[in-house]
Design a protein around this ligand. Structure first.
Ligand code: FDA
Length: 401
């Protein structure tokens, strides 16, 4: 039977990162993945340019039932460490708004960097390998596998086992719930999962109105009672997307209302009252023409103030104008759901971090079993934070094995 010090399941961001660090620390390492390619999600990330880190990574950029869990790992492996690695590999990169760092050329550069590091450190990667069974043993674990191409079965003995199988987002890129299954096998609790960093969907008249604006993007403040984001919002043929919506989706639960300030730099009620004094014969749509896109005004007119459509401002009560202004500054809408795991960038929820050490990523229930990356109940904001978590959790795990 093949024997290794550490077996890692999942050749994605966290698994590959953990693998070469472990091998550099002198351990024999085998990474198994059922997919035919390593790092598939990295290749798709950041629109093909991989937003590989953010310059400012702090605890508040993560959503978890146990918000302090990320502190230790993030303090031991930070943005500057990863940037130094990228620079050592001479990968060109640039900074976009809010400290997001992207490759100049391609996300392929990040995957190549990880694979080159694994090769140099002599960490072995075996793809197309299904994991059939994990059996705890006196000296660690025995992992039974089957090769997907030739159906060959094998057993591998490992002193420690790292689960780096990610979340449920985008099954076509190899995502499965396998990590949760393993966690459950060893008595771990799973915080219920849902799609994160994902567009919202809407039904009925609201859904039709949103669809009719497909392609339009405006700056908004999108918020609920847990989080607020001033970012662009995009109308699509399926619902509302863009950074503001993706960010808010991390803090949203099915059935909740979200609020959108369509005019974040203006008190819309005050503005309409001033317009009434200045040009009382104006219609609402004319008054708003300079501050909102025409297409949006036309859609809102049918949706929010149909009865006042042809009324001059002079004939509208001040209270009515203030109310309309309030609606533009705080448009309450109820999504019917999200576009789900099919398109979500991340999975909220996962392995309960209260049963995992934040210093080592080791299970508190099963010695020598580790969980890293997105399989844990740690979800980063949009902007390179999810990779930041994959790198940091992978690193501290390697350091502690
Ligand atoms: P990851 O998903 O990377 O790897 C898991 C691996 O486990 C995969 O290789 C999979 O095949 C394997 N696996 C799963 N089940 C298995 C099983 N049963 N047996 C064997 N192997 C199995 N983040 C960010 O910070 N910046 C960005 O720009 C983006 N962009 C982005 C775009 C898109 C389209 C998506 C879907 C996601 C992003 N993300 C992102 C999120 C980021 O990709 C994600 O958080 C990390 O890849 C998570 O790393 P992990 O190693 O935890 O899982």
């Amino acid at each position: 039977m093949e024997q290794v010090d550490t077996l890692i399941i999942g050749a994605g961001a966290s698994g590959l990162f953990c693998a070469f660090h472990l091998a550099n620390f002198g351990k024999s390492v085998l990474v198994l993945d059922h997919a035919n390619k390593a790092g598939k999600k990295i290749l798709m990330s950041g629109g093909g340019r991989c937003n590989f880190i953010n310059r400012q990574v702090q605890t508040h950029h993560f959503v978890s039932q146990n918000p302090h869990f990320v502190k230790s790992a993030l303090s031991r492996y930070g943005s500057e460490d990863f940037i130094a690695l990228v620079e050592r590999h001479r990968i060109g990169y640039h900074e976009r708004e809010h400290g997001q760092l992207f490759c100049d050329d391609s996300a392929k550069d990040i995957v190549k960097m990880l694979l080159d590091e694994c090769q140099a450190a002599k960490a072995t990667i075996a793809l197309n390998t299904a994991i059939e069974q994990i059996i705890p043993s006196d000296s660690g674990f025995v992992i039974r596998t089957k090769h997907k191409k030739d159906n060959r079965s094998a057993s591998i003995a490992a002193k420690s086992l790292v689960i780096a199988t990610g979340g449920l987002s985008i099954p076509t890129l190899g995502a499965t719930g396998f990590g949760y299954q393993v966690a459950t096998q060893f008595g771990h609790t799973i915080i219920p999962t849902s799609a994160g960093l994902v567009p919202f969907t809407f039904t009925d008249k609201l859904g039709e109105m949103i669809k009719s604006l497909s392609g339009l993007s405006i700056d908004v403040i999108a918020y609920n009672n847990r989080a607020s984001f001033q970012l662009p919002m995009l109308f699509t043929h399926r619902g509302l997307s863009g950074p503001a919506m993706l960010q808010l989706s991390n803090h949203w639960q099915l059935g909740e209302i979200i609020t959108i300030n369509l005019l974040p730099t203006l008190d819309a009620g005050e503005y309409l009252l001033k317009q009434k004094t200045k040009q009382p014969k104006q219609l609402l749509r004319t008054a708003l023409a300079g501050i909102l896109p025409k297409k949006l005004i036309a859609a809102l007119e049918n949706h929010l103030w149909q009865q006042h459509k042809d009324t001059e401002l002079a004939n509208l009560k001040n209270d009515t104008l203030r109310q309309l202004g309030n609606t533009l500054n705080a448009w309450h809408i109820k999504p019917s759901g999200t576009e789900g795991y099919r398109v979500a960038e991340v999975t909220k929820g996962g392995v309960d971090t209260r049963q995992v050490s934040g210093k080592t990523m080791e299970s508190r229930l099963q010695p020598n079993l580790y969980f890293i990356g997105e399989v844990l109940d740690v979800t980063g904001w949009l902007g390179g934070y999810n990779f930041a978590w994959s790198w940091a959790s992978g690193y501290v795990c390697a350091e502690s094995i």
